[in-house]
Design a protein around this ligand. Sequence first.
Ligand code: HEM
Length: 138
Amino acid sequence: MMRAMPSVTESQIVTLVDAFYAKVRRDEVLAPIFERAIAPDAWPVHLAKMHDFWSSVMLTSGRYKGNPLAVHMRLDGIEPSMFVRWLALFRATAEELFPSELAASFRDKSERIAESLKLGLFYRPGLHGLKIVPQNPT
Ligand code: HEM
């Protein structure tokens, strides 16, 4: 079901992104993937990119220009089950910080994007016997 997008500010996006990646860096499963890909002094660059990404997603600001699928394809050790963990952390962070309607809006977006990343990364036609179920357009 489509729901009207509650309003969100750039500063709320920065707060969420920074709190989320602080948790990711302490997560025993996710942290090693990020440590291999992002040098300690490159974190400000990653966070700035993620502010742009979520601003583009939530406010259609168009600030993010990139190819997330290509970037995740190069990651060493990324597995389907890690998405469950990533999404749970993201959801918990949004729910800590925001009223439930806004938190739900971030969660919906994150789940749809994760689904499309997972398909791009792991789906091999004929291998898993997956059935593709059409989803509502974002
Ligand atoms: C298992 C789940 C995930 C893992 C382990 C993961 C890991 C990473 C890592 C390590 C990077 C930095 C790559 C680099 O700079 O070389 C990255 C970038 C990024 N991730 Fe993820 N990610 C996951 C899921 C997601 C999801 C669900 C989203 C979106 C909702 C997302 C959005 C992005 C974006 C936009 C970038 C920046 C890509 C660019 O450089 O343009 N990721 N991710």
